[in-house]
Design a protein around this ligand. Structure first.
Ligand code: PMP
Length: 451
């Protein structure tokens, strides 16, 4: 990296918009090739996280580039209330088939936050049409993350963001997300998960079930919890509680969907806990376009259509180019068996990370599903003590990693309340040899950090 290069002026470009003075100069991207990102100085970085868990097919994928070019020569944009597009139809058909019964109708948007907003408004409009206008509250989880628009943030469990923006949003109840590593005293993973499910039912009863519209959760946590997975009994209990009280269950699969966990939706791991609505984004376009979708049942969609249609929309709903890319991505996911590869390479990467934990005392927990994995950093493996807040743990690990040619996605939770972790979520195209390179470099990074 050329450290002599000056930082862009404040306000120039997204990266520099409010970057704190003195923040490190980032390498400048030149091109991508498979799981590698290459900067303008020719340095290669292994993409260990798919950016923010988006680049599921890696970079410069020839078949996606060909689909983009072909679509660009035909039509890039046509407004969906004026024209139908073959790209939209193919994408919606593939997505519906992969998502499966009950989630096979797609409302197509430009990203995760928009998909979450759409899910909340769709659930609400459906309830009003069904004669349940008193239901408006959406219960979320603490910690949890569903996006940065005001509606999506309102249902996210992030205390720090709520201190600043909470006054602008209608308060919604939040219930604890079950943790698996640092448990409350006298709890096992199972008993804690049971207590968390019970807290959901208590919250619904306290609020008055006739006022509660939906419960939203990430089936496999993202950045807010570091790839947290609960015992199967938790998902089943949550489903039963929602059904019992007429509350819609929304799974936020922005990170976990599109094949990442070794199933198309993470929900597919728990067939007895099928959500009423799911949202997907990120890997859905593998980073080749801004794209997201809200998925619901044909029956719910029919009710809203017959009542006059969904009172919600964006300029770039079902964007033609976005849909063509989404269709090409889903075609590739199926034809190259990338869902199976996510399961196989996820198991291998997990083994390699567990071996790292044996020899590096700063590696605490390793958790996740398929290729949605996280490695929690601790200051002591035995006591599971977090790294003290004044130590700039994740930022420093990320910087060291860049020098080792490894692009990492690191997280320090809201004021360090829940811990520090690295997301290990490489593109689903990764091979066994590349998993070994990733693990080797990560080992060197953690050794240097520990030294
Ligand atoms: N939900 C989850 C679980 C996410 O991880 C994210 C993005 N990190 C979002 C919603 C918001 O998606 P976007 O950034 O595309 O708006």
């Amino acid at each position: 990296m050329d450290d002599a290069r000056s930082s862009p002026e404040i306000g120039l470009g997204l990266q520099a918009f409010t970057r704190p003075p003195g923040a490190p100069v980032l390498p400048r991207i030149a091109r991508g090739d498979g799981i590698w990102l290459i900067d303008t100085d020719g340095n290669h970085y292994l993409d260990a996280s798919s950016g923010p868990v988006a680049s599921n097919l890696g970079h410069g994928h020839p078949r996606i580039l060909a689909a983009m070019e072909a679509q660009a020569r035909q039509a890039v944009f046509a407004y969906p209330s004026q024209f139908e597009s073959a790209a939209n139809l193919e994408f919606a058909e593939r997505l519906g088939r992969l998502a499966g019964p009950g989630l096979d109708r797609a409302f197509i948007v430009s990203g995760g936050s928009e998909a979450v907003e759409s899910a909340i408004k769709f659930a609400r409009q459906h309830a009003v049409i069904a004669g349940q206008a008193s239901r408006w509250k959406v219960i979320g989880r603490q910690p949890g993350y569903h996006g940065n628009t005001l509606g999506a943030l309102a249902v996210s469990g992030d205390e720090h963001a709520h201190e600043i923006f909470g006054a602008m949003m209608r308060a919604v109840p939040r219930v604890p997300a079950p943790l698996s590593y640092r448990l409350p005293p006298n709890h096992t993973v199972e008993s804690h998960a049971r207590a968390c499910a019970a807290a959901l039912e208590e919250a619904i009863l306290r609020e008055g079930p006739e006022t509660v519209l939906a419960f939203i959760m990430e089936p496999v946590g993202g950045l807010a919890t570091g790839a947290l997975v609960a015992p199967a009994s938790y998902y089943e209990a949550v489903r039963q509680i929602c059904t019992r009280h007429g509350v819609k269950l929304i799974f936020d699969e922005v990170m976990s969907g599109a094949g990442r966990t070794g199933r198309f939706l993470a929900a597919d791991h728990w067939p007895a806990a099928r959500p009423d609505i799911a949202v997907v984004a990120k890997g859905l376009s593998a980073g080749y376009a801004p794209l997201g979708a809200m998925l619901a049942s044909a029956e719910m969609v029919r009710m809203v259509a017959e009542a006059g249609g969904f009172m919600h929309g964006f300029t770039y709903n079902a964007h033609v180019m976005g849909c063509a890319i989404g269709a090409a991505v889903l075609r590739e996911v199926e034809e190259a068996d990338l869902i199976g590869n996510a399961a196989r390479m996820g198991a291998l990467l997990r083994q390699r990370l567990e071996a790292l934990a044996m020899r590096n005392p700063l590696v605490g927990d390793i958790r996740g599903l398929g290729l949605l994995l996280a490695l929690e950093l601790v200051s002591d493996q035995h006591s599971r003590a977090m790294i003290p807040l004044q130590k700039v743990a994740p930022a420093r690990v990320q910087q060291i990693a860049m020098r080792h040619g490894l692009a990492l996605y690191c997280r320090r939770t809201s004021r360090g309340a829940y811990g520090d972790w690295l997301m290990l979520s490489p593109p689903l195209i990764i091979t066994a040899d590349e998993v070994d390179i990733l693990a080797g470099r990560l080992g060197a990074v953690l050794d240097e950090y520990a030294a």
